[in-house]
Design a protein around this ligand. Structure first.
Ligand SMILES: C=CC1=C(C)c2cc3[nH]c(cc4nc(cc5[nH]c(cc1n2)c(C)c5CCC(=O)O)C(CCC(=O)O)=C4C)c(C)c3C=C
Ligand SMILES: [Fe+2]
Ligand SMILES: [Fe+2]
Length: 347
């Protein structure tokens, strides 16, 4: 049988969907391997190497994997880590949606910045598919050097010894894309419709980064603020009806504030009757949303006296998310689609 894309059926372009990465198993060994790769990236932790090597190998990788593996066990599914399982659904869903929108087979290949599927494996897949033009789609709506640029670094590293570079385009961010804001707004509206009433307060919790990185010029906090304001506006929420917070703090230096966990404590003490929590920066549910927000932060809120905590899932593989991603891909691949009935052929 012929491969899906023989050289004579070279696709007009391919999409390389990239997300962060996740351990291969919810075990201390697998978590240690994952954290060792992730936390050694200078984009993520920029401390001087000798000092960081000692802290990472002497303390963090000896203690954290056991604790974090337990957290992963709480959210692990039959299909594996939620982040990988959902990314696979998004990959298949986007390919199907692009086929429907264009009538063409536009391959969507998945890679993780850390762990598996690796950038090298994705590169081999793209070569086999004969993809000469690649649209890189980091699944981070807000740009940060710690995530989006790290994905680009990893892609460039994987191409270091490649003699035949593809043409590359890179989606830097989509934090204000109208279809993204509308998809988020609809997910809040749906959650409220199910409840039968609007949430008294809406928390928009984004993954944090060290304040120092923002001071050095990372535009991430500005992007989060712009997303949050656009979402609040789409929902018609007044400033006292929503709150932007930052979660997943790591290490001792100050990160972006207000912190999600401290805010949950304060909101719980106010004895709210209902609280919606959405994490607009996570395109797929993962450890940081399912365990940290829907688990830990819900507990903080309830123990402080709050009621009616409701976690609003990430956009995941919802049809509205797939159609938003399709729109984004078509906008960013302008000029790459051949006229109808004229598939590219190999010279
Ligand atoms: C150490 C510094 C970290 C920075 C900076 C950081 C930025 C950052 N991360 C995400 C998205 C995700 N992070 C996830 C897990 C995770 N993040 C860090 C650390 C930093 N992140 C760690 C150590 C971990 C692993 C878990 C733990 O040990 O606590 C995940 C989930 C992965 C999964 O397997 O489910 C995502 C997604 C963003 C968007 C971001 C900056 C904008
Ligand atoms: Fe993170
Ligand atoms: Fe966390």
């Amino acid at each position: 049988m012929e491969a899906a894309h023989t050289p004579h059926q070279r696709p007009p372009f391919a999409v390389l969907m990239v997300n962060l990465g996740t351990p291969d198993a919810p075990t201390p060994d697998a978590v240690r391997r994952y954290l060792a790769e992730f936390l050694w990236d200078r984009r993520v932790v920029d401390l001087a190497r000798p000092l960081w090597w000692l802290i990472l190998n002497g303390i963090i990788l000896r203690t954290r994997p056991r604790r974090v593996a337990k957290n992963y066990q709480e959210v692990w599914t039959e299909e594996g880590s939620p982040l990988l399982a959902i990314s696979r659904q998004q990959q298949r869903g986007l390919a199907a949606s692009l086929k429907q929108a264009t009538g063409q087979d536009i391959p969507v290949v998945l890679a993780m910045t850390y762990g598996n599927p690796s950038m090298e494996a994705a590169g081999r897949e793209l070569r086999q598919l004969g993809a000469e033009r690649i649209l890189v789609l980091p699944m981070y709506p807000q740009f940060s050097a710690t995530t989006t640029a790290a994905a680009f670094d990893r892609l460039a590293a994987s191409l270091k010894h490649c003699p035949h570079w593809p043409e590359l385009r890179y989606i830097r961010d989509y934090h204000q894309h109208p279809a993204y804001i509308e998809a988020l707004a609809n997910s809040v509206r749906q959650a409220e419709a199910k409840r039968g009433a609007p949430f008294e307060k809406l928390v928009m919790s984004f993954h944090g980064i060290p304040q120092r990185y923002a001071a050095q010029g990372d535009p991430y906090p500005r992007h989060c603020q712009a997303t949050a304001e656009a979402l609040a506006q789409a929902l018609g929420r007044q400033p006292d009806q929503w709150l932007l917070t930052f979660q997943s703090r790591f290490g001792k230096e100050p990160w972006l504030q207000p912190y999600t966990d401290a805010s949950m404590q304060q909101l719980g003490e106010q004895q709210l009757q209902s609280l919606g929590v959405i994490c607009p920066g996570f395109s797929a549910d993962c450890l940081e949303t399912l365990e940290e927000i829907a688990g830990e932060n819900c507990e903080i809120y309830e123990q402080a006296g709050g009621h009616g905590f409701h976690y609003i899932p990430a956009l995941n593989a919802a049809p509205e998310h797939l159609s938003m991603l399709t729109q984004l891909v078509l906008e960013q691949s302008q000029g790459w689609m051949p006229p109808l009935n004229a598939p590219l052929s190999v010279q």
